[in-house]
Design a protein around this ligand. Structure first.
Ligand code: COA
Length: 239
């Protein structure tokens, strides 16, 4: 697999380096320009926060059937994964999604897949009571951010073909089905599909190119009157 470009690595490193952890790295706006949530790259400090570790564990356990790798989630395992895998992996970022008051809504990850391709990854709505269409706007925020990185030409997502919620979420921001392939459980450590009682067999790959996203994003911004300059200002807050 080709190495990620310097631009992508630097983009990810900048998100991790930031010192100002009390304000979001990315603000999530609704079409009327109101901030409805913030995205906070998960940090080493978060691994010492029992509430965060327990929430991530509980959500992963609850929604495990939608993920490729199956395992018994425990707080200890989550903490170890954050410290010895996620935070050491320069190609991945997991964003916590929080309200302005700090309430944890869920999380959303992004990872460099190959070449100039980024993959949307590890999205979970942790609680039911979140702002309307939150994950739609989180995904738009992440796509804008990803395509701002000059080397990203395409963003993809991979979902089990029976995962309607995730498929609709991706379609809603413009990703289109590209292909499907047979899921190979043997590739994933600890993955035991049969014991999970599911019959999924296929993975759907959805994608959007930079050009398609930019055309669609400027159309919807015109319609909704979104202030792109304000958005950019907030994103480039000092780290
Ligand atoms: C993926 C996820 C974050 C999306 O969050 P969400 O957008 O808040 O929630 P929902 O899944 O309820 O809905 C997504 C869309 O699918 C639609 N939808 C959900 N189930 C549906 C069904 N059975 N039939 C038709 N439409 C459906 C919803 O109406 C919604 O559409 P809208 O945005 O136009 O209103 C959330 O479903 C989740 O946490 N899933 C479990 C973890 C997961 O699957 N992660 C992805 C792994 S690849």
């Amino acid at each position: 697999m080709p190495a990620p470009s310097d631009a992508i690595i630097e983009h990810f490193a900048a998100a991790r380096r930031r010192k100002n952890l009390s304000s979001p790295y990315l603000a999530v706006y609704n079409p009327y320009g109101a901030v409805i949530a913030g995205l906070y790259p998960l940090t080493q400090h978060d691994a010492t926060d029992a509430n965060i570790v327990e929430s991530l564990t509980e959500w992963r356990r609850r929604d495990s059937k939608w993920f490729f790798t199956q395992f018994e989630a425990t707080p200890e395992r989550t903490r170890n994964w954050i410290l010895s895998s996620l935070l050491l992996d320069t190609t991945k970022i997991l964003f916590l999604i929080r309200s302005a008051g700090g309430e944890l809504y869920g999380h959303y990850g992004i990872r460099w897949a190959q070449g100039n391709v980024l993959e949307l990854d590890n999205a979970i709505r942790g609680i039911s009571s979140v702002p309307e269409r939150l994950f739609h706007f989180v995904e738009i925020t992440l796509l804008r951010w990803a395509f701002e990185c000059q080397d990203v030409e395409k963003v993809i997502a991979q979902v089990f073909s029976d995962n309607i919620g995730a498929t609709m979420m991706h379609r809603g921001v413009g990703l289109a089905a590209e292909r499907e392939y047979e899921f190979d459980a043997a590739k994933y450590t600890g993955c035991d599909i049969t014991s999970n009682g599911r019959e999924f067999k296929r993975v759907r790959v959805l994608s959007i190119s930079r050009g398609d996203f930019e055309a669609q994003d400027s159309r919807s911004a015109d319609q909704a009157g979104t202030d792109h300059k304000a958005f950019a200002r907030d994103r480039n807050e000092p780290t």
